[in-house]
Ligand binder design. Structure first.
Ligand SMILES: [Zn+2]
Length: 250
């Protein structure tokens, strides 16, 4: 009998402790909510609608990306309710732009432009060049899904560019680096040391690679070329400065 009584007392004690903890947690949550309300911080961004995407122009998208990058550099980031954005995005996607970036882990593409769910198509490959699959993805992004801009984004101190300059040969990396080699051949008028140790030469090749990639997009995709000629999209290049976080449009 005594044992059963003790078990009942123990159970009641644990139950009341649990209730106390839950009360404490909900009080803490309420306190945070009140703080946010007091500051009146608005959750500013939401998923783009089809009508909003249609109203955009290539120039206005470039402007928005530039403004987003300024906010990123100042750490003045747009607050987002990601749970709500995830729910809204299930209705469909109407992104503003297609970004082709290197795989470099130091360039989180959406963050760099202060964008979020539903804003951008992002294609990534080491050395940000195009092949058939990436061109197909770009055509899908622009012709099928209505994006207004293609941005090829190279960057400072690119390992893929350095490896291509060094003529690295290893597994599938060899064939991948061959796609970057034309940018090295196109940078031979560079005055100075043309090795991967020279940051200025690496930067010159990275920028040349962006320009050649833009040319390749136009040469190899009649669909995107025609859209660009009609002014339906723009195909532009930019260079990411690892030191400042700035995206410099070329
Ligand atoms: Zn890179």
């Amino acid at each position: 009998m005594k044992k059963r009584f003790l078990i009942v007392v123990l159970a009641i004690t644990l139950l009341s402790l649990n209730v106390a903890c839950q009360n404490k947690e909900s009080k803490e949550v309420k306190a945070v909510e009140t703080k946010l309300n007091e500051k009146q911080i608005p959750l500013k961004e939401r998923v783009l609608t089809a009508a909003e995407q249609k109203a955009l122009t290539p120039e206005s998208v470039i402007q928005r990306l530039k403004e987003g990058n300024k906010r990123f550099m100042k750490n003045d980031l747009t607050l987002r309710d990601n749970s709500a954005l995830v729910r809204d995005a299930t209705e469909g996607q109407y992104p503003k732009a297609v970004i082709l970036s290197c795989v470099d882990s130091r360039i989180p593409v959406e963050d760099v432009f202060n964008k979020g769910i539903g804003d951008l198509f992002v294609a990534r490959v080491a050395g940000n060049f195009v092949n058939e699959d990436i061109l197909g993805s770009m055509e899908f992004g622009c012709k099928v899904s209505g994006a207004k801009l293609i941005l090829v984004l190279g960057h400072e101190s690119c390992g893929a560019i350095k490896s291509a300059i060094d003529d690295v040969k290893l597994g599938n990396i060899t064939a991948m680096l061959a796609k970057i080699k034309p940018a090295i051949a196109g940078s031979q008028d560079f005055a100075g040391d043309k090795t991967s140790k020279n940051d200025d030469f690496v930067d010159a090749v990275a920028k040349k690679n962006v320009l050649l990639t833009i040319q390749n997009i136009k040469d190899k995709s009649p669909i995107l070329k025609e859209m660009a000629e009609k002014g339906e999209i723009k195909i532009v290049g930019a260079y990411y400065d690892l030191h400042s976080g700035e995206v410099i449009f070329l």
